[in-house]
Design a protein around this ligand. Structure first.
Ligand code: NCD
Length: 307
């Protein structure tokens, strides 16, 4: 039985296969409409979500499966003090696959240990978000035709942004990737990402503060929200929240084929005036999320592509 806790649980080959299946689904979704007949997905969301939960549920429904679950800790027995281990032991008796988001780093590892069915990490605290990364990789691959040899700018809250950590872990495995890490000093990538991933793999990266200075060299610009819910004090959040705002003026210096991404939700990081720019990929990115999650569910349930 396979789980997806960390993006590095998947080999490069498996990621390539998943993106390939996702492309096939995009080309002919009707062919996949019965693949998950009689299968049930449980979505256990102990933390708020719009895209991740709904795209997983849409993915399962479009594969012909069923969904059940809860969308906030307050509507589960967590409020009565039930442990993740117990919740998952119970829910794995009601479902064939579990998708879980939790505010505590490492909670999905505990869940996997107590589950009889595959567990997918849909975001654990400020740590990881592997299925957002699959979404991001599919987006980059479809926009650029490759996942190697490019300069990727990551901008905003690189400390608490779990999507950033997982994307770095994934893309640092490809050749010729240069990362430009754009953040205020207080929100740089955590040491474990820098030492255990970037430096350990001999990755080319620079940590800078200015988005304007970095923009001309980028092939991909990944904007992120300052993660309000992970701050210890409100004053720090207020001081840092509008550190970067991407607008059409800043984009005049960018490449004509720049791919602008954001995991969403957006607060102020990207002006709505950018939305009509052909380089804006963030809404397309949300649509790709459903298809790559369909491919992932099929893989973890051991289901083949129908003929
Ligand atoms: C992200 C998350 O939950 O980490 N959202 C998402 O899943 N698309 C990003 C964020 O909340 O800022």
């Amino acid at each position: 039985m396979r789980h997806l806790i960390d993006i590095q649980d998947l080999s490069i080959q498996e990621i390539e296969d998943l993106l390939h299946v996702a492309d096939d689904i995009i080309a002919d979704p009707a062919r996949f409409a019965e693949v998950c007949h009689n299968k049930t997905m449980a979505t256990l969301f102990f933390e708020p979500s719009t895209r991740t939960r709904l795209s997983f549920e849409a993915a399962m429904l479009e594969l012909g499966g069923r969904v059940l679950g809860f969308s906030s800790a307050s509507s589960s027995s967590a409020t009565k003090g039930e442990s993740v281990a117990d919740t998952v032991a119970v829910v794995s008796g009601y479902s064939n696959i579990i998708v879980m988001r939790h505010p505590k780093e490492g909670a999905p590892v505990v869940a996997a240990r107590h589950s009889d069915v595959p567990v997918i990490n849909a975001g654990d605290g400020g740590h990881n978000h592997p299925t957002q990364t699959l979404t991001d990789l599919l987006t980059i691959h479809r926009e650029k035709g490759r996942l190697d040899h490019m300069t990727v700018g990551l901008c905003g809250d690189l400390q608490f942004g779990r999507t950033v950590h997982s994307l770095i872990a994934a893309m640092s495995r490809y050749e010729g990737i240069r990362f430009v890490l754009i953040s205020p000093d207080e929100l740089k990538v955590p040491d474990y990402v820098k030492q255990d991933i970037l430096e350990a793999r001999g990755c080319d990266f620079a940590e800078v503060r200015s988005l304007e200075e970095a923009i001309p060299e980028l092939d991909v610009l990944y904007m992120t929200r300052v993660q309000k819910e992970r701050f210890f004090n409100e004053a720090d959040y207020v001081r840092l929240k509008d550190s970067y705002i991407l607008d059409p003026e800043k984009l005049t210096a960018a490449k004509s084929d720049l791919c602008i991404m954001h995991p969403l939700p957006r607060v102020n990081e990207i002006s709505t005036r950018v939305d009509d720019d052909p380089r804006a990929c963030y809404f397309k990115q949300t649509r790709y999320g459903k298809f790559v999650r369909m491919a992932l569910v099929m893989m973890l349930l051991g289901l083949e592509e129908p003929a």
